[in-house]
Write a protein that binds this ligand. Structure first.
Ligand code: ZN
Ligand code: FE
Ligand code: FE
Length: 286
């Protein structure tokens, strides 16, 4: 039996290498991290010592997959010029940091149009991705992975059509990847409360976006109802989605090599992560 690629979003408090230790302390095989403080636009560049502490960490190899999630301040569709400029710079810097840490991709919420309208927002996101790609050093291997969103407020990326529009219209679509969040697709309206519904959602994802672009799964149950467009994560099996979607994902061979990470509420001791991973492993074994 191949090992499950399962883990959680981990804090980088005390340095990026500390996230490896936290993950390994609860036997994760996959990990998602921010590449700098999530509450700040910018940070001083990573020092070589920090990079080495991460790359050469004795436990690094216990994680089969490690990847990054972008800062929540970034909005590629920002209507305020200063916020937009900051977003482009922050995203470029985070992709470089992810690359320095040899993380294959950085998960990003596409953006919120803030009243400008869906089409204007999507156009701005497309142009912004092109701008970021154009100014990244050529050697950069880290990719952008657009995340499916709940569609809260004016957030874009809550339908597979919107993601497809972005991917089809950027200059270098081959550079984009996608991350699917179960709580977000559910809140956005996709019915994954049953196995049949989950199967159907993935078939639609495959038709419109392409499963070959899928590089990560965020496994979160939802505190909010289907179609609520409100993003509130709940422990696995304890929310409105229920176990069927998670059983399907954990057991479908197409997702075996796709890292699955939790973004569910937790305390410093990580007992909630341990519990949620246990639930997911049980579902995988059913
Ligand atoms: Zn996200
Ligand atoms: Fe997520
Ligand atoms: Fe979320």
């Amino acid at each position: 039996m191949t090992k499950l690629l399962l883990g959680a979003h981990m804090s980088i408090g005390g340095g990026v290498h500390r996230a490896i230790e936290r993950s390994c302390s609860i036997e994760c095989t996959a990990m998602q991290i921010f590449v700098k403080n999530n509450m700040q636009w910018f940070a001083k560049p990573l020092e070589q010592a920090e990079i080495t502490a991460f790359l050469q960490h004795a436990q690094r190899k216990q994680l089969s997959a490690a990847f990054a999630h972008a800062n929540y301040l970034i909005n590629l569709a920002a209507t305020n010029p200063q916020f937009h400029t900051n977003s482009l710079r922050a995203l470029t810097e985070e992709l470089i940091r992810a690359d320095q840490l040899e993380l294959p991709f950085l998960v990003l919420h596409p953006g919120a149009h803030l009243g400008a309208g869906e089409d204007a927002g999507l156009e701005k996101i497309i142009a912004s991705i092109d701008a970021v790609h154009a100014c990244l050093p050529k050697k950069t291997k880290a990719r952008l992975a657009l995340e499916t969103t709940a569609g809260q407020g004016s957030c874009l990326g809550c339908t597979f059509e919107q993601l497809a529009t972005i991917i089809e219209n950027v200059q270098e679509p081959e550079r984009l990847r996608v991350c699917l969040d179960t709580a977000h697709v559910f809140a956005a309206g996709y019915d994954i409360s049953t196995e049949a519904g989950t199967k159907k959602m993935f078939a639609e994802f495959d038709r419109k976006v392409g499963l070959e672009r899928l590089v990560a799964l965020h496994l979160n149950d939802s505190k909010t109802a289907r179609g609520s467009r409100v993003d509130r994560h709940e422990h696995i099996g304890k929310g409105k989605i229920g176990p069927a979607a998670f059983r399907f994902i954990m057991r479908d061979r197409r997702f075996r090599k796709i890292p699955k990470v939790l973004e569910t509420p937790k305390g410093k001791e990580l007992i909630e992560d341990v519990e949620n991973m246990r639930t997911l492993r049980e579902l995988a074994a059913e």
